[in-house]
Ligand binder design. Structure first.
Ligand code: ZN
Length: 510
């Protein structure tokens, strides 16, 4: 994504309301938030969308089991996702729910467009169906024991009259699209997976259900509701005004990034672009598929009871500690394994030590040796190059959605600052009566901290804002504009410095 592009639209998947929010959901949602905050820091016009997928058989059955109307059930569960994101300081611009009237109206217009294009046909279908996936599988797609490849549970033989989307018509167009847009699926391994799947031949798929009432009825045959995926994927368009506000829709579409887990890559990179093409809409600019967050080497699932609620980790490590861990601990692409011990170790090393200790040492010395105010920051201090490298490295990594690389680039500046303090020993300079030299060194370090707070703010917004304040800077890091604000020399002399409690108290164990 070229950095000069000013309109930026990024989405998470909409999460299924039959799930409870766990760290897998949070992983994608924090990543989207970091990206959105990073682009806003550059003055971009950002739209960050998340939401909940509320239709389908599982929701209908769960509501019946509790004696509730489906709408009552989804109102409860959507609220749980919303409050989880609020607790993690997720700055979404919109939260779409597929049970909302704005979504229904848009989906119906979209369905009609695809139907009018001749891409929807009524057929009898018989096949092997996974209720949990709400999807049919062919024999060769099943796990070796004949089970659903995602859930590893038995599939049911089902027969029903359904409308079909004629995906097979889109093989050539999808291949041409991916040929012309090599970055439309990332990372590269996922792109190859998608190309392989398309080249293997695309089958038409069933896009309606008669057995369900909880969904969006087909406009030309209201006894059928749209298959949950057909309905859910369209949230990305319905949320930005498709059908209701053409000008707004034209402003935001096509999306810059759909962030998705690798298990829903096929829906996003094969079905979805074909559906859009059918309706005369542009495919997404980039579908970025990240790996699974494994716990003890296994995918989190309700049945394995290995789901971890974000609130449990926030209680121990704070919101910033939570956000930092998932961005810094592993590359956003391959699978990663979560462990509590690794989280505690990284928290102590990177946040309590590198970030927190560096900040408190420099602020304490500033208060002691510079009369509590920011000294002049010299233009040619020895940390100038490290600061420039921090922004350049962070920007380059963020453009690749390499959040771990971006945090490493910023933390390299902290490491350089800590090494510089050890080398120059401002406390010794002060003792030797070299007040000017001590103030020069501390001026360099305080300015490095300003740049660190700014660049780290998308990941650790609260600690960054507090450090900003203690440096005597007005407002919050979010008010600054990159790249200008990352240039050396932005810390005004004379501002009051403030010591304070540890930004990241050391984690000593439960
Ligand atoms: Zn399944």
């Amino acid at each position: 994504m070229p950095p000069e592009m000013s309109r930026f639209y990024v989405t998470t998947p909409i999460y299924y309301v039959n799930d409870v929010p766990h760290i897998g959901h949070a992983y994608t949602t924090v990543a989207g938030d970091v990206l959105a905050r990073w682009r806003r820091l550059h003055g971009d016009d950002v739209h960050y969308l998340t939401g909940t997928d509320e239709h389908g058989l599982k929701v209908q059955r769960a509501a019946e089991a509790r004696g509730l109307a489906p709408q009552q059930l989804v109102d409860e569960t959507a609220a749980a996702f919303r409050s989880t994101w609020d607790a993690l300081d997720i700055t979404y611009d919109d939260f779409i729910r597929t049970s909302e009237p704005r979504h229904h109206a848009a989906v119906q217009q979209f369905l009609q467009a695809v139907y009018d294009a001749g891409d929807i046909e009524l057929r009898r279908y018989e096949g092997l169906y996974c209720v949990a996936c709400e999807a049919y599988y062919t024999d060769d797609e099943l796990a070796p024991g004949g089970e659903c490849p995602i859930h590893l549970r038995p599939v049911e033989r089902m027969s029903e009259e359904n409308y079909f989307f004629r995906l097979s018509r889109y093989e050539e167009r999808l291949l041409a699209h991916y040929e012309a847009n090599p970055d439309a699926v990332r990372p590269e391994t996922r792109r190859n997976e998608v190309l392989g799947f398309i080249r293997g031949g695309l089958r038409d798929f069933s896009m309606s259900r008669r057995s369900i009432s909880w969904g969006v009825p087909l406009p030309w045959d209201p006894e059928h509701v749209a298959y949950v995926w057909f309905d859910a994927l369209f949230n990305y368009c319905s949320a930005v005004g498709y059908g209701a506000d053409p000008e707004r829709f034209a402003h935001w579409w096509p999306v810059d990034y759909h962030l998705v887990g690798k298990d829903i890559l096929r829906f996003h990179a094969v079905y979805w672009p074909a559906m859009l093409m059918s309706a005369g809409l542009e495919p997404p600019t980039c579908v970025f598929a990240h790996g699974w967050l494994l716990v003890g080497g296994e995918k989190m699932s309700k049945t394995r009871l290995n789901q971890i609620a974000p609130a449990d980790l926030v209680a121990d490590f704070g919101v910033d500690g939570f956000r930092y861990h998932f961005m810094a601990d592993q590359r956003f692409g391959p699978d990663g394994d979560f462990s509590y011990e690794a989280m505690a170790a990284r928290y102590n090393a990177d946040l309590a030590n590198n970030f927190g200790n560096c900040a408190s040492r420099v602020l304490n010395m500033g208060v002691s040796y510079c009369a509590g105010t920011v000294p002049d920051v010299r233009a040619d201090g020895p940390l100038v190059d490290a600061a420039a490298a921090a922004y350049a490295g962070c920007a380059e990594a963020m453009n690749r959605l390499d959040f771990a690389g971006a945090t490493t680039a910023v933390w390299d500046l902290l490491r350089a600052t800590n090494a510089y303090i050890e080398d120059r020993q401002p406390w010794a300079l002060s003792k030797q009566g070299e007040a000017v030299a001590a103030a020069e060194v501390l001026g360099d370090c305080l300015e490095a901290l300003r740049i660190t707070a700014l660049l780290a703010s998308p990941v650790i917004p609260n600690a960054a804002a507090e450090l900003w304040r203690r440096l005597g800077l007005p407002g919050r890091p979010e008010d600054a504009r990159l790249p200008e604000a990352a240039a050396w020399g932005g810390l005004p002399a004379g501002a009051p410095l403030e010591k304070g409690a540890a930004l990241f108290p050391r984690w000593e164990g439960a």
